[in-house]
Design a protein around this ligand. Structure first.
Ligand code: FMN
Length: 179
């Protein structure tokens, strides 16, 4: 197994983090890998909001949890959608086209780059609950999402705490071959 395949195969969603920041140089490299993702017609119509301020991360968490509760989702006391990770990257894309697919490419690059450098990550879709009330404009302003762009997903990153979980079993019979 080469190093790239080893990294892909050993990546897991990490839901527990050490309380220490990712060094700036590593963070920049991870971000760079994100934006080196392929994109439909090379439009690169994505936007990344990198949050490393603990209070801001907690604030976004609180707003998302508020949204989840409004949607009738049972949220455990003290739950944190970013698992107290020291870094959260919020991804947005220009509305239309293959925007979500492009973001999928960016986020996976980020997860793999982070893993290759020894960091854990977890993709977070629950940030969509931020948009629970008609205040899109406020959330977009807080998250610095450009006009005409829409939030897709977030990813939290940091030094993992504890042992990574085992790989989840894969669904079978998902591949057909045409020879
Ligand atoms: C689009 C997407 C949204 C996700 N949203 C969340 C989330 O909000 N919270 C969370 O803990 N994990 C989230 N995950 C992580 C998945 O639960 C995880 O990838 C899956 O259980 C497989 O585990 P693994 O990543 O360790 O292989 C998300 C993953 C994807 C691809």
């Amino acid at each position: 197994m080469n190093a790239t395949i080893e990294t892909i195969m050993s990546r897991r969603s990490i839901r527990s983090y050490q309380d220490r920041p990712i060094p700036e140089e590593d963070l920049q490299q991870i971000i760079e890998c994100g934006i080196y993702a392929p994109s439909s017609r090379n439009k690169q119509e994505w936007h990344l909001t990198v949050i490393t301020n603990k209070e801001k991360i907690d604030e976004v968490n609180k707003m998302a949890i508020e949204g989840m509760v409004r949607f009738g989702i049972n949220v455990d006391e003290g739950a944190h959608i970013f698992y107290h990770a020291p870094c959260v990257i919020v991804l947005s894309s220009k509305i239309g086209g293959f925007s979500e697919v492009n973001i999928g490419c960016v986020i996976e690059n980020i997860a793999i780059a982070a893993k290759s450098l020894g960091y854990g990550s977890c993709i977070i879709g629950q940030t969509r609950y931020l948009y629970h009330k008609a205040v899109k404009i406020d959330i977009d302003r807080i998250l610095k999402i450009p006009e005409g762009f829409e939030h897709d997903l977030a990813i939290c990153l940091g030094y993992p705490k504890g042992k990574a979980p085992a790989a989840k079993p894969r669904r079978e019979k998902v591949v057909d071959y045409i020879y």
